[in-house]
Design a protein around this ligand. Structure first.
Ligand code: NAD
Length: 461
């Protein structure tokens, strides 16, 4: 372990283990008290979070509230309302092999869990897994992202002030601290971030056979067919791309596929709707978040400035290095081997790829890694069915983008390169619970064939 790592990191898991083992976290009362404490944090300190999100991302207060703070309060309220039901063992029907018997699945916490979070929705993506972990009675360490330092500091301060510090801890820090945490033995690790670090987390977890949930990213495609309500589709597309943190969202539309004849109509519609939303000078629009830091700003401008995109920018392209802002930018027919079409964009740039037949779009999507989300705008029933059947993705939305993850009835998570495991709603409780199968029998129902000696008569049984 690196010598400069703060000592508080070192015994994090072990410090909580004694508290977890004491059974303190397992009572209904403890869970409710912690959920109420979290609710107080999110309601009483809404303003602190808004300020932190504005400082880290230039996020507008409205976006901060609807995309992060209100989602945290909803998750708390849902857990408080449903906890009794979630905690109840689930009865299962047993079979002839165990007759007479009964069976149930008893949810039990994993134990001491680690949540490693990211910077784009730094409050929501940190606190929602913590809410899930405490609902399911785990002791938890949260390691927020150092890339959003104001949000990290606010959460460390407020969770320290309101939550039971013996079982819920925030450890701030960067790669060094995360590395030190990953060396410890955890009972579950919940990681949100890029898939390169996802592999590091998985490899570290393997040492202790720790189960892992990986919430990763990828290139989320959108097919736009021509037989649609274009105005509604474009409004939804813009809101899911630029209205969600300037495209710095894991389920943000990454690229659009449409037919060659429809492309110019689509570009015109995007252009006029963008102007209605963000005005003629979008780089200075306060409704548009900025890029998180200069490293990501450089990464995005490198994608945009690649020679292969010369002459292909049809909307936007303006940038302001000082304020880390990039205008909503659309690129028509970026080569499929360009950086922008091979790397996750995670920013306000949107390539549109044209195909001869809209069905070719499905082939293009399935030729790539499995995305976290995939979208289609169409009224064609057969195309819809083909899309849902053939495209493998963490989740799919038809005639919508991004908002599927706001519905607690739909589990949220990736598949393949976009991650493993799901959460949200009841799935959050399940993500942090082991469903322990229990078989109950009495002392009747003995079958002699089960026991030696294995006589010929028994073999015929
Ligand atoms: P990040 O840089 O904040 O990293 C995430 C976490 O990993 C941080 O806590 C950081 O300290 C830690 N970390 C970074 N490098 C590490 C290393 N070498 N070893 C150990 N720990 C390390 O965030 P990011 O990776 O830039 O996040 C963006 C990515 O996350 C995108 O790919 C995006 O699609 C994905 N994402 C996914 C979801 C989801 O819910 N599936 C949500 C948001 C973002």
């Amino acid at each position: 372990m690196a010598a400069s790592v703060s000592v508080s990191v070192v015994p994090a898991a072990e410090g909580l283990r004694a508290v977890y083992t004491s059974g303190k976290t397992r009572t209904y009362e403890w869970r409710v008290s912690q959920l109420n404490a979290m609710l107080k944090i999110a309601t009483r300190h809404e303003k602190d979070f808004v300020v932190a999100l504005n400082s880290d991302l230039g996020k507008h207060e409205h976006e901060a509230f609807i995309h992060e703070i209100s989602a945290v309060t909803s998750a708390c309220r849902m857990a408080l309302k449903e906890l009794h039901r979630w905690m109840k063992p689930e009865k299962v029907k047993t079979s002839m092999t165990t007759f007479p018997s009964s069976g149930e699945l008893v949810p039990e916490p994993f134990g001491v869990v680690l949540v490693i979070s990211t910077w784009n929705y730094p409050i929501l993506l940190s606190l929602e897994p913590v809410i899930a972990a405490i609902s399911a009675a785990n002791a938890v360490v949260l390691k927020p992202s150092e890339v959003a330092p104001a949000a990290s500091e606010a959460m460390a301060k407020l969770l320290g002030q309101y939550m039971d510090a013996s079982a819920v801890k925030v450890i701030e820090g960067g790669v060094q601290e995360t590395t030190a945490l990953l060396e410890q033995k955890w009972d579950k690790i919940f990681y949100t971030g890029n898939n390169k670090v996802g592999r590091i987390v998985l490899a570290s977890a393997a040492v202790h056979l720790t189960p892992v949930i990986l919430e990763l990213g990828g290139k989320c495609p959108v097919i736009v067919d021509s037989d649609i309500n274009l105005t509604v589709a474009v409004k939804r597309l813009i809101s899911g791309k630029w209205g969600c943190n300037s495209g710095q969202t894991c389920v943000s539309p990454d690229y659009v596929i449409t037919t060659k004849p429809f492309a110019s109509k689509l570009v015109d519609a995007i252009s006029s709707e963008l102007e209605r939303f963000y005005g003629k000078d979008p780089v200075n629009a306060t409704d548009l978040s900025r890029i998180i830091n200069s490293r990501h700003f450089e990464r995005l401008t490198k994608l945009l400035d690649e020679d292969k995109l010369f002459g292909k920018i049809v909307i936007g392209g303006q940038r302001d290095k000082t304020n880390l802002k990039i205008a909503p930018t659309v690129i028509l027919d970026a080569p499929l081997d360009s950086l922008i079409m091979t790397e996750e964009i995670f920013g306000p740039l949107l390539p549109i790829i044209t195909v001869n037949d809209i069905r070719d779009g499905i082939d293009l999507i399935t030729s790539k890694e499995k995305p976290l989300a995939a979208y289609i705008f169409t009224n064609d029933k057969k195309l819809k069915e083909d899309f849902v059947q053939r495209v493998s993705a963490g989740g799919i939305a038809v005639n919508e983008v991004t908002i599927h993850l706001t519905d607690p009835a739909l589990p949220f998570g990736g598949v393949g390169e976009s991650g493993m495991g799901t959460y949200h709603g009841k799935y959050s409780f399940e993500a942090f619970s082991h469903k322990k199968p229990v078989l109950y029998r009495g002392f009747t129902g003995e079958i002699s064939a089960r026991y030696p000696p294995y006589t010929t008569r028994k073999l015929k049984f």
